[in-house]
Design a protein around this ligand. Structure first.
Ligand code: ADP
Ligand code: MG
Length: 321
């Protein structure tokens, strides 16, 4: 057992820094120097044991994911991440647990040159509450409210993998390594978000399910959308399942942290190039239309209604699918 100050000293020793951190961990607050002329983008997300990760998840994966979900929000705004803070609630002052959480957290932070500049350490049920800060050029943030009728709807990567992995885990089945990694170590699409800034009309990260999150874009933009299930990109692991089996994962599964975005058809070529430059695959899956809500169509054009539309915290906490 370690006391709080020892734990903070351990964290401080590993936190890393950057040139724009005037004062990091150790004072009453951090002192940070944002770049001239940039807008500050701020987000916060908590990960709680039993709600956001199954009991028994490796601590390093929990640490990774706690930062990943925040960097994903910055990505969805088209922002460049810079700093983060970490509020840690721990059942006991277990230094080994803190070290293991930091292994994942700081590995992802290093990949994105993000400095951990402060936080809080308290006793309680295991929970990691992270805030992340980034920058975007004025007027170039990717918001939810910019989709226009006639825009294409796009998605990066292969949504549904995390939900497929979770379904297999819950069924007690073996989970392919690549699929498990999509659940435990999501890769925030930061480079894609930066590449899309100025090209996409609206953007959201898929945390609660593609149709549900696209629904948020539609609501904010005052429009509707149609999604062609046949156009949803499937990873090799998911492609082995019957379409009717995988559609719920692809269209409604959360936790993939891909980006769903809209853009006018004139931008197709530019978007393909920008994303190729960022090394991120993307597919056109539908379009924005007049009306409200999101319609999903089977390959034969008939309407498809999912059994569960997307993850909701206060509706059915027992089933994250
Ligand atoms: P205070 O009582 O002034 O809030 P704390 O003892 O909570 O001071 O924190 C001391 C320093 O350690 C602060 O700079 C704070 O940001 C940092 N800190 C505390 N916990 C964490 C943590 N889990 N991760 C990163 N920095 C932390
Ligand atoms: Mg404090």
């Amino acid at each position: 057992m370690a006391i709080e100050f020892d734990l903070i000293a351990r964290i401080r020793a590993r936190a890393g820094t950057r040139g724009d951190v005037v004062l990091g961990i150790g004072d009453d607050a951090a002192l940070l120097q944002p770049p001239e002329g940039m807008q500050l983008v701020v987000t916060m997300d908590a990960l709680n044991a039993g709600v956001h990760f199954p009991h028994g998840t490796a601590p390093a994966d929990i640490g990774w994911k706690a930062l990943a979900v925040n960097l994903s929000d910055l990505a969805a705004m088209g922002a460049r991440p810079a700093w983060c803070t970490l509020s840690l609630s721990l059942p006991e002052g277990d230094a080994r647990l803190v070290d293991a959480l930091l292994d994942g957290f700081l590995a992802l932070a290093a990949e994105h040159h993000v400095a951990l500049v402060g936080g809080d350490t308290t006793r309680g049920p295991l929970s990691l509450c992270v805030a992340a800060h980034g920058f975007v050029e004025p007027g170039r943030a990717l918001r939810r409210d910019g989709a226009r009728v006639g825009d294409d709807v796009w998605v990066t990567g292969t949504p549904g993998d995390a939900a497929g992995a979770l379904a297999a885990l819950q069924a007690g089945a073996a989970v392919e390594r690549a699929l498990r990694a999509r659940l435990d170590r999501p890769q925030p699409r930061v480079a894609a978000g930066r590449a899309l800034s100025g090209l996409a009309t609206a953007c959201i990260d898929v945390s609660d399910g593609l149709l549900a999150d696209l629904g948020h874009v539609c609501t904010a933009s005052g429009a509707g959308a149609v999604v062609e299930l046949a156009a949803l990109p499937a990873s090799p692991a998911l492609a082995r399942f019957r379409p009717e089996m995988r559609w719920p994962w692809q269209a409604c599964g959360g936790d993939d942290y891909e980006l769903c975005f809209t853009a006018p058809p004139e931008h197709r070529e530019a978007i393909a190039q920008a994303l190729a430059g960022a090394g991120v695959p993307a597919a056109r899956i539908g379009r924005i239309e007049d009306g409200r809500g999101v319609r999903a169509l089977r390959p034969d054009g008939s309407a498809w209604t999912p059994a569960v539309p997307g993850y909701r915290h206060f509706q059915d906490p027992a089933s994250p699918l």
